[in-house]
Each structure stands twice: as C-alpha cells, then as structure tokens.
Design a protein around this ligand. Structure first.
Ligand code: MLT
Length: 407
C-alpha cells in the first residue's frame, strides 16, 4: 500500500497565493464586467530590461547553430554569471564572496524551500512572524513541526515582528539552531541596520547556529547606510547563507533566475560535533537534483551587470518605487498606519480589522486585490500588504477606487 507523507496533512488548506488566486477567480466569474487591479502577489508587470532581451536573443541564436550550441551546463551556473554576481553584488561592497560560492538556480522560492533538506530533523528553527510562507511550510512538510493550533505550529520558535519592535524581531529567548531572516522584509517592508544584523550574526556565532538570509528585495533599498548583503557584517561568512533573485530586481518572475550564496567557511555539525562544509553538502544536493538554469536565461541575467543593463534594471526598480510612494501617500491620507514602501516594494497597512475581511471588502467594493496579512502569520492579522508591482496608472486607479470604497 502506498502511504503518504502525513506531515503534508498538517499544512493549511492551500498555499497563500493560490488561495487568493482562487478567491479572485471566483469574484471575476461572478462579476465578469468588473475590472480587477492586482496589487496582491508581488509579480512584476513591466518588460525585461532591453539589455537582457538582447542578450537573451543572442544566446537563443547561439543555440540555433551546431558550432555554438550548448547542452547541459554546469549545475552551479556558468562562470560568466557567477563571476559577474560575485564582483558586482558582493566584492564591490566589500563582501569577500568568490564566484564558486554562488549557486545559480531557477528561483529563491525553490532555494529557500529546499535548503532545509541539509539539516537534521530535530533542530530548533526560528521563523519570523509575519514572513514569506515558504520557510514555514517547507519545514512542516519535512516533519519539523507538530500540529497547527491556535494559529501556530507547535515546535517552531516564532520571532514576532510587530509595531512594538519596529517589525524587526528580537533574539529568541530559547536557543535555536536555524534562523530565517528576510530583509527588506516580505511582507512588512521593514529593513535592518548593520548594527541590528550584527546582533544576529554574533548570536549565530556564539550558538553554532545558522542564518538563512533572504535578500530577494535588496535592489529596492534606497538608504545607502543599510546593508544589502549579510556578508557586509563581519563574521557572517561562517554562519550565513544568502538568497537573491533577479525576479523583482530585473523583472525575471516569468524568466526564472536566482542564486544562493553558500560561503566555504559555513559549517554545520554531525551528532558527534564534527563540523562539515555546508558548501559541499549543497553542491552535492544541487548536482543531484538540479540541472542548471538554461543558457539563454543566464546570459540574460548576466546582462543585468552591463552598464546599460544596470541602468535599465534600476529604472525598473525606480518605477515600482514611485508606485510605492503613491500607495504610502494615499493610504496615509486615508488615516492608516503604514510601514514599508520606502526601501521595499511592499506596503504594510494596519487595517484595524480582520485582514481577510479587509481583503474581501477591497475586492468586492473596489475591485482591488491585496494580500491579507494573516496569510503571513498570526502577527499579520489585522494587516494587509499592498504590492507596488503594477503600472503607475493602475496603482493610481486602485487608490482612487479604495478612497471611494472607504468613503
Ligand atoms: C510575494 O508576493 O510574496 C512573492 O511574489 C512571492 C514569491 O516571490 O514567491
């Protein structure tokens, strides 16, 4: 008899964004004449930078010719991309990351979801609340939690991120082994200072813990003083893995390209306390389960680091940040307490009511899709998240409709 992984039965009915998509589809079916503006899932709407498109086309042409055709590439990514990443994203900011510490992949979602496979079943895991649901769900699937009760899984150390701590969690009160951090934060848009991040790095070093640092939104940081990478903090290379993505920074959500940095100094321990290189373990997993991102996509991603590509990607980020400023302005004028939207494409709004009720109201009365904060954890209840990823015209229209709906 084939039996199932019963840990899947502990999961909430469906993945947050699938749940929202279902509700929106039902609304559209019932109201075919109503135009819906989507400010829910953080999916980009503008086309790829011109430099990426040109590199993409040129690489496809190479594939059309036997002499320049490429079959399987290196699982970890082509050198041209790994080198460009290491130099531009890390070395240029004083972070000593080498090209062979970069693992190119098809998404930060997959990498942040898969990385937990390397660690033992009985570790203690700290996860912020609210946060991107993938960290929690993948640990539930792996059997590292007990049942879901009163809005939380037993067996997880939740790191509350609330108004009181400026949406930057405090160190856990009990010892933990694996810590997820996400800055700029999804969903709150909050950021962490170098001093704040150092507290976590020091904690991890003192406790032989590991930090999984999701920096998928670093391109949206406007404040020069804020760290873009955890490796800007001394000692982080021993205790942190970082996740990045081209999805939001260069419009690659449909093209798929991301990367994970696993420094060679990073170790985890066996039951006898002997240390092992996480780089070697991740490399082993990557080579076994992944065959690399396609050559044209990697060429397109590498073009982000050319002079034109860099300027065009920055223009994309600036465009969405102008939307974020508009959402901030309008929602503040409506009397809501908000955070985010300054160094992040997400605006976190205290709706002062149940977040699914607020979601339904905005959908039904304004035809605007947001993301209910409760979907990111119990500390998100009462909040909604508005994403800046849409055209400026649509964001303007959405704000006008929300104003009318609330008046
Ligand atoms: C979000 O809306 O939180 C993100 O788009 C989800 C993702 O990147 O997978």
């Amino acid at each position: 008899m084939i039996t199932i992984n019963e840990h899947y039965l502990k999961l909430q009915a469906s993945y947050l964004f699938s749940d929202i998509a279902k509700r929106v589809a039902a609304f559209q079916q019932a109201n075919p004449d109503k135009e819906v503006i989507k400010l829910g899932i953080g999916d980009v709407t503008r086309s790829l930078p011109k430099a990426c498109i040109e590199a993409f086309h040129a690489a496809v042409d190479e594939m059309a010719n036997d002499a320049s055709f490429r079959g399987y590439g290196p699982e970890q990514g082509y050198d041209f991309l790994r080198k460009a990443i290491a130099e531009n994203d890390f070395q240029s900011r004083g972070a000593d990351i080498a090209a062979d510490e970069i693992f190119v992949s098809d998404g930060a979602k997959c990498d942040t979801g898969n990385i937990q496979e390397l660690f033992s079943q009985d570790i203690t895991i700290a996860i912020p609340d609210p946060v991107y649901p993938v960290y929690l769900d993948t640990n539930v699937m792996a059997g590292r939690t007990d049942m879901f009760e009163n809005g939380r899984y037993k067996g997880i150390v939740y790191l509350d991120s609330t108004k009181e701590n400026n949406f930057v969690p405090d160190l856990p009160k009990e010892p933990v082994d694996l810590i997820y951090l996400c800055f700029p934060n999804n969903p709150t848009g909050s950021t962490i200072t170098k001093e704040g991040l150092k507290v976590w790095v020091d904690y991890a070093r003192e406790n032989k813990a590991l930090i999984l640092f999701d920096a998928a939104y670093e391109a949206f940081i406007q404040d020069e003083e804020l760290p873009k990478s955890i490796y800007e903090i001394e000692g982080a290379k021993e205790v942190a893995i970082e996740f990045r993505s081209f999805s939001k920074s260069a419009g690659f959500t449909g093209t798929r390209c991301a990367f994970t940095v696993v420094p060679k100094e990073c170790v985890a321990y066996d039951r006898n306390g002997k240390s092992h290189s996480i780089h070697s373990l991740w490399n082993r997993r990557h080579c076994t389960k992944f065959n690399g991102v396609s050559y044209p996509v990697q060429r397109a991603a590498a073009a982000v680091y050319s002079e034109e590509g860099n300027a065009q990607a920055k223009e994309l980020v600036d465009y969405y940040m102008r939307n974020a400023a508009l959402v901030r302005k309008e929602m503040t004028a409506l009397g809501y307490d908000i955070v985010g939207g300054v160094n992040s494409p997400y605006i976190w709004i205290d709706g002062k009511q149940d977040s699914w009720a607020f979601f339904d109201m905005l959908l039904n009365k304004a035809g605007v899709v947001c993301t209910p904060g409760a979907g990111f954890g119990s500390c998100g209840n009462g909040y909604i998240r508005i994403s800046a990823f849409n055209s400026y015209e649509n964001v303007e229209k959405a704000m006008k409709r929300i104003k009318e709906a609330l008046s």
